[in-house]
Write a protein that binds this ligand. Sequence first.
Ligand code: ZN
Ligand code: ZN
Ligand code: ZN
Ligand code: ZN
Ligand code: ZN
Length: 347
Amino acid sequence: MIYTELMRSISIIMPVLAILLLVLFFSVSSSGDPQTKLVCSVCGQEIGDGERYLVASQTGDIFCSQKCLDSTFPRCGACGAIVRQGFQKEGAFYCSQQCLETTFLICVGCGRPQSDGFLHDTEKGERFVCVQCQNKPKCFACGLPGDGQTMSDGRAICTECRKSAIVAPRHIVHMALEVRQFLKEKLDIYTDHQIAYAIVDVQELKGMTGHSRQGTELGLFSYRVTMDGGRTVYEEYTIYLAYGIPEDRLREVIAHELAHDWMRAVYPHIRDLRIIEGWAEYVASRVNEEYGKAYLNKRMENNPDPIYGDGYRLIKRIAENQGVKGLEALFSRKNAEGAESDGRGTQ
Ligand SMILES: [Zn+2]
Ligand SMILES: [Zn+2]
Ligand SMILES: [Zn+2]
Ligand SMILES: [Zn+2]
Ligand SMILES: [Zn+2]
């Protein structure tokens, strides 16, 4: 299980609107030149002798009245008031800070409207994180930074994920049994192994996986065999799960680890990690779909990891184009290759 993040920065430009400088004139009855007739640049009405009028100092435009002048100002995009001075954002004008803030996005980290920040392409859609919150600890489950909580093993968890985190071991094991039943009935993926479930913290998980991959490992399938003179005496199957995983994600992690159990039993010689992890991710994605949580698969689709991400996309492509037969052919071939190299290696 690894987490990936796609993020793009959004920047909002807010220059202060340059206000049109105006000079107020009184037209003095100059009784002179009748050819210099003044005309309102908005309504076209002639300015008579002795009449008040307005001139824009920058452009020299003439207005017969305040009303004509006002009609040249932009309107506030939020309240509709005339904007003589204010803000401009993405082509629209705003009369005040208050009106401007109606366009701000609410930061998922601090819950406040903010002008600048980042849009995170998360499984549940785009989420906005402000500049200040961007550097806060990232939630281990959804990856968003913010004012969350720190779990006892050092993982940060956001408020949203925390709400659905399953903490009680018996609930975790209950879900594992449910997912196993589901895989058997719906996808025909099962073994008769006696699997033990262990709830651990991520430090323990990291210690067991040895090779640390990017992101956080949230689950691990372990198979141990005790041999006596070439004879199998005892086999032990354990799925280790990090505690406190949000419900949706936990189901996915369990499905992933159960897929490992199945593959090790049916194709025990496959060594290609891309096939092993890609298959586990694919099975997890099918479970997500069946439970109406297809949005979780976005993580896999966008995962840049050459094993988990590429593996998932490879298995998915074969499953979609060639079906179960295509997968069986691939697994059989990889299993034979592995068996051959195992034979050359140790025996
Ligand atoms: Zn006018
Ligand atoms: Zn306004
Ligand atoms: Zn924030
Ligand atoms: Zn979260
Ligand atoms: Zn795995």
